[in-house]
Design a protein around this ligand. Structure first.
Ligand SMILES: C[S@@+](CC[C@H](N)C(=O)[O-])C[C@H]1O[C@@H](n2cnc3c(N)ncnc32)[C@H](O)[C@@H]1O
Length: 251
């Protein structure tokens, strides 16, 4: 059952701490993602893109990638043919890296916006889909962040959310706890020089609701038809939710 007390909570660190931490780890951030996930994160992002498109013609879709970081999910959306893509993050250094990567590839321009996911600088119902990859866990209030994503989505728009999730099988859970709490901070510390940032990852994952609870929270935020699939031996969940809500007058 959803613990509503927990639902109101969010990141285990303050807003400013989270932002400066992500600012610090930019140089090795992508490399660490590849190492930690055994190179699977690209596949997960492409799945999230497919779910965000939801069988619609990609070229007609305006999509927001919240907590875009170094832009991998935004770039995957663009490369898969999304009509227009906006990538938002509150870390300026993450966004600098996203812009640098975008410039290496040809293709339609992505709009990069420095902003806070808790107060998105966009009008109501202005996107056909919203994606968020490994970002929600870092936000100061998960439910409020989801409500904000629902606000900027059109009615019937789709949210695709990739996030770490607690494992259900005890033996796998023990193995992943060990990997996350011992190996990741060690390797992250060696590669990035910032062991603290990679100790935050398992701690923030441990504080995050399980996949069922997150699904219920999405319903509480105004989404309907929530479903999820587990990836990465069950350690990652891709939630797909349709926005409820009412069409603005005249639509
Ligand atoms: C683990 S990274 C994920 C980046 C990217 N989505 C990916 O899949 O690699 C989390 C990102 O969330 C951003 N973030 C955390 N809280 C945020 C907030 N309240 N508003 C905007 N961005 C936020 C951080 O700056 C960071 O870039």
């Amino acid at each position: 059952m959803l613990d509503m007390k927990r639902a109101g909570q969010g990141a285990i660190r303050s807003h400013d701490d989270v932002r400066t931490m992500f600012d610090r780890i930019v140089p090795r951030y992508d490399l660490m993602n590849r190492v930690m996930t055994g190179g699977r994160d690209g596949v997960w992002r492409r799945l999230a893109v497919r779910e965000a498109f939801d069988g619609r013609s990609a070229s007609g879709l305006r999509i927001l990638d919240v907590a875009t970081g170094t832009g991998d999910l935004a770039i995957a959306l663009r490369d898969a043919g999304a009509g227009s893509v906006v990538g938002l993050d509150f870390s300026p250094h993450m966004l600098d890296e996203a812009k640098r990567k975008e410039n290496l590839a040809n293709g339609q321009q992505i709009v990069w916006v420095e902003g806070d996911a808790m107060a998105l600088p966009f009008a109501d119902a202005s996107f056909d889909a919203v994606t968020v990859g490994f970002g929600l866990r870092n936000m100061p209030g998960y439910l409020d962040a989801l409500r904000e994503m629902a606000r900027v989505l059109r009615p019937d728009g789709v949210l695709a959310c990739l996030e770490t999730t607690p494992l259900m099988t005890p033996i796998l859970r023990t193995a992943f706890d060990w990997y996350f709490s011992r190996v990741v901070p060690l390797v992250g510390g060696l590669l990035s020089g910032d062991r603290d940032a990679y100790a935050y990852l398992p701690a923030s994952a441990a504080a995050f609701p399980d996949a069922n609870a997150l699904g219920i929270m999405m319903l509480g935020a105004g989404f309907t038809r929530v479903r999820y699939l587990r990836l990465g031996f069950g350690a990652v969940a891709l939630h797909v939710a349709t926005n409820g809500g009412v069409l603005p007058p005249g639509e």
